[in-house]
Design a protein around this ligand. Structure first.
Ligand SMILES: NC(=O)c1ccc[n+]([C@@H]2O[C@H](COP(=O)([O-])OP(=O)(O)OC[C@H]3O[C@@H](n4cnc5c(N)ncnc54)[C@H](O)[C@@H]3O)[C@@H](O)[C@H]2O)c1
Ligand SMILES: O=P(O)(O)OC[C@H](O)CO
Length: 345
């Protein structure tokens, strides 16, 4: 049994706290909102973020960060990505002793365009070597209901990755390790952009062909940017790459896909954010990836069109037409580029 703190009581933090509690660990879940913490302690159900799932009685919920991390060997950071830096800053004043920090947020920081593990390492330099990243096709709604799920833990230290793997593994949650932290994090952040696109296509009334094309060509551009940023191409063929891309583009649970449908219905980013209490990470990631593509001089047509729809008000049908009528290109050569062999070209 290990002491674990889970920071963030949204859908994913709540599901992870439940999973860790069921695995027999001593878990404290931190909720920003005291009312939510009190309600969770009493009813065990997070009606706002994970209705229908009951937390095991072993999980304690608090809105006192110091209490949450007291004695914890493992700290899961599960806030939305835009709150990860402020969370790490707050933790920095409190952390002492050996800790493993697990980043479970899927996004890129606006302005710096840093990955979440980079943000955490910057604010918690003493723990830079013991940061792990958790990613993969993992909807909280299904993990909370013990549906068979596979996930991946990335860390530069194999020992750290295996400690987190051992903590999480159980008969319904299977965890793999991967040393490619950059690839695992970028796969999780960039797939949300393609999910927005898949939702837009769905909202426009297009069918499965369009979605399959978006997913496949989306993966090619994720891999292109990822490799330019130092990721290993094969990671994108794994759970944090194609696995997460498939689930987020097709699942009824996907917030990014649902937001894309709303975009196709003519709603603005502001309207969508006002209408949902849940984070839609792809909205910020689209802006970050669009800027990163310029910085690394990578062609990312789907990301670019998604950016133009979200941030410049381009009509979605115009964006689709532009994607479909781009200059001719060669799939195999591009796949080879995605796989690294022609990367120097
Ligand atoms: N929901 C999933 O299935 C899932 C799965 C894997 C990864 N993730 C990732 O986990 C992260 C959290 O997502 P979620 O689905 O749990 O979010 P959510 O939308 O369900 O809940 C967000 C939570 O964050 C809190 N929050 C908002 N702003 C905050 C701030 N400034 N400081 C602290 N807390 C704040 C909210 O009060 C709420 O409890 C995201 O990066 C998401 O991509 C989610
Ligand atoms: O599918 P979304 O957009 O809800 O994102 C949630 C997780 O990243 C799925 O693994």
């Amino acid at each position: 049994m290990k002491k674990v703190a889970v920071i963030g009581a949204g859908s994913w933090g709540t599901a992870l706290a439940g999973l860790l509690g069921e695995n027999g660990h001593e878990v404290v879940l931190w909720a920003r909102n005291k009312r939510l913490a009190d309600e969770l302690n009493q009813t065990r159900e997070n009606t706002a973020y994970l209705p229908g799932v009951l937390l095991p009685s072993s999980v304690i919920v608090t809105n006192d960060l110091k209490q949450a991390i007291a004695g914890a060997r493992f700290i899961f950071v599960v806030t939305p990505s835009h709150a990860v830096r402020e969370t790490a800053v707050a933790l920095n004043e409190m952390l002492t002793g050996e800790k493993i920090i697990v980043s479970a947020a899927k996004g890129l920081e606006l302005g710096t365009f840093k990955r979440m593990s980079e943000v955490i390492a910057e604010e918690l330099p003493a723990y830079a070597e013991t940061i792990a990243v958790l990613s993969g096709p993992n909807h909280a709604e299904e993990v909370g209901r013990r549906h068979p799920t596979a996930s991946v833990v990335a860390a530069t230290s194999q020992e750290v990755a295996e400690l987190v793997q051992d903590l999480l593994m159980n008969p319904f949650f299977r965890v793999y390790t991967n040393p490619d932290v950059i690839g695992v994090e970028l796969g999780g952040a960039l797939k949300n952009i393609i999910a927005l696109g898949a939702g837009i296509a769905e909202g426009l009334g297009f069918g499965d062909n369009a979605k399959a094309a978006l997913m496949t060509r989306g993966l090619a551009e994720i891999a292109r940017l990822g490799m330019a940023m130092g990721a290993k191409p094969l990671t994108f063929a794994g759970l944090a790459g194609v696995g997460d891309l498939m689930v987020t583009c097709t699942s009824r649970h996907s917030r990014n896909r649902r937001a894309g449908i709303m975009v196709a219905q003519g709603k603005s980013v502001q309207q969508i954010q006002a209408e949902t209490n849940m984070v839609v990470e792809g909205i910020r990631s689209t802006l970050a990836a669009y800027k990163l593509a310029q910085r690394y001089k990578i062609v990312m047509p789907i990301t670019e069109q998604t950016y133009r729809i979200l941030y410049e008000g381009k009509p979605p049908r115009e964006a689709v037409l532009e994607l479909m009528t781009r200059g001719k290109t060669h799939e195999i050569e591009e796949v080879a580029v995605s796989c690294g062999t022609l990367w120097q070209k």
